[in-house]
Design a binder for this molecule. Structure first.
Ligand code: FES
Length: 357
């Protein structure tokens, strides 16, 4: 072997020279392996732990639905706390701890406790080896005693099944009620005046000059009247009632419906983008295009607010308008199709649908 002058020569060592394989320590059987009463006691303890877990899961659901979320009180000198959250925390802890402790105790006391050495062997198994494995697995299944400990299997299955409920039920319940009628309706009704947002003043046809743009809300939902509404009603109204009002040169308008539903070239359209609902608020005076700032969907105001660019799939719905006795612009009807993004089951008899081009 080549060595450096001042470095002692290394002696080639074998693995046997470096350490001695101590082998496995002698196997010490557990109490439950030699004493059937100890095994029975361990089984009862495991069942008790899984039962505690199942009870914790059930009590979690009961607490979620029964206890007032704002209920406060003090327990064992901790000071005032939210009892709803405390109950959810304690029952969830029982649910998780019971399952965890039960599984660990089961493994430590009753599952097979054998040291097994598996020698390395060629990757491809022979037919005999595969038969041996099948026999080994079947032996493992028998020695695991799962077939004989049906109480543990049943309680573990029940605990695991119920364990998922505290995670799933609050998420599903928190989604709130399924939206129905509110997707089809807005607060617009025949005769409601178009009010300028945010001042809340009505608007006359003569005030809408060509090229001007007005952001509109229905009478009663903006200005002083709007301040008297509760915040939730106001928020819902803001999210679906907003309208953009523009006067176009009638000779530019390409659709008869658009002319019929407007007044002397004044047209009103929902501002809620038919892509995912952003407010469409950018009006290009020269091209008469309406632009959504979120994903650049572009609508042609001279052609029924048809989509000419971007991801939106439907025209903006038009609000039919007319003039009342005092010369103010009012709604001739509500929207005749659902406003905003598309959704399943949007088609409904009696409603006029926008194009899906
Ligand atoms: S929300 Fe208008 S383009 Fe996406």
């Amino acid at each position: 072997m080549a060595t450096h002058d001042n470095v002692p020569a290394l002696v080639e060592e074998t693995s046997e020279d470096r350490f001695i394989n101590p082998g496995l320590p002698p196997h010490v059987p557990r109490r439950s392996d030699i004493d059937p009463r100890a095994a029975k006691r361990a089984e009862r303890q495991i069942v008790a732990m899984f039962t505690i877990s199942a009870l914790g899961s059930i009590l979690f659901l009961v607490a979620y639905y029964v206890i007032d979320p704002t209920l406060k009180g003090s327990i064992i000198g901790i000071g005032e706390i939210n009892l709803f959250h405390a109950a959810l925390g304690l029952t969830m802890a029982a649910s998780m701890l019971g399952i965890g402790l039960g599984a660990v105790h089961w493994a430590k006391t009753l599952m097979p406790d054998e040291e097994v050495i598996e020698e390395r062997h060629p990757q491809v198994s022979s037919a005999e080896e595969r038969a041996d494995v099948a026999q080994l697995l079947s032996h493992g299944w028998r020695s695991s005693q799962l077939n004989r400990r049906s109480a543990i299997l049943g309680s573990a299955g029940g605990a695991l099944g119920l364990f998922a409920l505290p995670l799933v039920v609050p998420v599903l319940a928190g989604l709130g009620p399924r939206p129905r009628e509110e997707l089809f309706t807005t607060n617009w009704e025949p005769g409601l005046r178009l009010m300028v947002d945010p001042s809340g003043s009505p608007i006359r046809a003569a005030d809408v000059t060509q090229g001007s743009v007005f952001h509109i809300m229905p009478e009663g939902f903006v200005g002083e009247a709007g301040h008297e509404l509760d915040p939730e009603t106001l928020m819902i109204s803001k999210s679906k009632d907003q309208v953009i009002l523009v006067r176009l040169d009638p000779s530019l308008i390409q659709s008869q419906k658009q002319l019929d539903w407007g007044v002397d070239g004044i047209v009103a359209y929902s501002k809620v983008c038919t892509h995912v609902g952003c407010p469409v608020a950018l009006y290009e005076q020269q091209t008469h295009h309406l632009l959504c700032p979120c994903h650049q969907s572009t609508f042609d105001m001279t052609d029924d607010c048809r989509v000419i660019f971007g991801p939106a799939k439907r025209s903006l719905p038009q609000l039919p308008i007319t003039i009342d006795d005092e010369g103010y612009i009012v709604a001739a009807d509500g929207f005749r199709e659902p406003i905003g993004p598309s959704f399943f089951e949007r088609e409904r008899p009696g409603l006029l649908m926008g194009d899906e081009s």
